[in-house]
Ligand binder design. Structure first.
Ligand SMILES: *Cc1c(COP(=O)(O)O)cnc(C)c1O
Length: 358
């Protein structure tokens, strides 16, 4: 496939936010986007980078009715020496293709997509913030575009990538979150689509998230959908517990999204010789170990925040403070290490970084 590039003309350039204004996540987008269409029987067609623009879509486009749509989220980082890094983009492309298979959508060529990401970031490199901790968020998206009603996999798809600058997640330092355990509503059920990054999962999570917010909590702690007993995820992050000297995270059972950050934490932990276990962990065990003092720290992991320390858990009208409610030792260690690798400040023993050449 040959990538065509149409650069934005002067009047198509978008307004860049000033370096010193705080960026609200997901509101500002860069000058260019990538797109290509899929037609059953022909494959992916016309891959191109074009000025950021509206999409024209038939109101009968299948994604608008049946939710056949998937996405990814990764970041481009600007190092102190001005080089640009991607962090494990192959993992995101691998997951995109896994999501595609689960949702009966066509896969993309990962090698070609890596080149597309390089090109897109090169072209919009002035959009990658220089502020420490800030980055360029990258959102690959695939939707069913065939105009037809009727529940079946579509024959036409649109794949596109938009990017936009995002600020540091913790401009004033770590901020431990208070989370609300939902034992009424669930995010995903085993055998369902929880392990795919597909749109329906986020629609399904809104109601419980709003309820938690109204009660003054930042995120929902999701339990398994069958017994409402085993911990699955926190908001749109994976979750880790440190009990004594052991690091525990729920095993992947089909309803949990396999995070790239989760995998990175696990690899680092094993590399450092920590005791690591992927297993079922019941909410009763979590609360009992908090009460006994054996629970040293809890944190979420995801691309947006990297590590998000949990200061307090609320379950059935009772609050449980984790440790002293502050930031745990391991939370900080994983955060510093991963950020250090992403920005090229620390050695990269697993070759996680892809350098985008100019
Ligand atoms: C994207 C996502 C994560 C985190 O994945 P990363 O690859 O680490 O960013 C975790 N849970 C859910 C539900 C997600 O959508």
């Amino acid at each position: 496939m040959e990538l065509k590039i149409q650069t934005a003309s002067a009047d198509q350039l978008r307004v860049k936010p000033a370096e010193d204004t705080p960026l609200v996540f997901g509101r500002t987008f860069s000058d260019h986007m990538f797109m290509m269409e899929y037609q059953a029987g022909q494959g992916w067609l016309n891959p191109r980078i074009v000025p950021y623009r509206d999409l024209a879509m038939d109101p009968a486009a299948m994604v608008l009715h049946y939710g056949q749509g998937i996405f990814e989220g990764l970041k481009g980082y600007r190092c102190r020496d001005d080089r640009v890094h991607l962090f494990r983009p192959e993992k995101n492309l691998e997951r995109l293709n896994r999501s595609a298979r689960r949702m009966c959508m066509p896969e993309v060529d990962a090698g070609f997509q890596l080149e597309v990401l390089d090109q897109l970031l090169r072209l919009d490199q002035d959009w990658i913030p220089r502020t420490v901790g800030a980055s360029l968020y990258i959102r690959p998206t695939m939707i069913a575009s065939e105009p037809a009603l009727g529940v079946r996999p579509a024959n036409q798809y649109l794949y596109y990538i938009i990017t936009g600058p995002v600020g540091a997640y913790y401009p004033e330092g770590f901020n431990p979150i208070k989370i609300y355990v939902s034992d009424e509503y669930v995010r995903a059920v085993r055998g369902g689509v929880g392990e795919a990054k597909t749109m329906a999962n986020y629609a399904a999570s809104l109601y419980a998230a709003e309820m938690a917010k109204k009660k003054g909590f930042t995120q929902v702690l999701w339990l398994d959908a069958v017994e409402r007993r085993f911990v699955e995820e926190v908001g749109t992050m994976n979750i880790f517990f440190r009990i004594g000297h052991e690091l525990i995270t729920p095993q992947l059972t089909g309803s949990i999204l396999p995070g790239v950050t989760r995998d990175s934490v696990l690899q680092l932990a094993r590399h450092w010789g920590l005791a690591v276990t992927e297993r079922h962990i019941a909410i009763d065990e979590v609360l009992a170990t908090i009460k006994s003092g054996d629970m040293v720290e809890i944190f979420g992991s995801g691309t947006a925040a990297v590590i998000s320390p949990v200061g307090e858990i609320h379950y059935r009208e009772e609050g449980y403070r984790v440790g002293d409610g502050g930031v745990g030792e391991w939370s900080r260690k994983f955060y510093d290490e991963i950020i250090g690798i992403q920005y090229g400040e620390k050695p990269d023993p697993f070759a996680w970084v892809r350098v985008v050449t100019r």
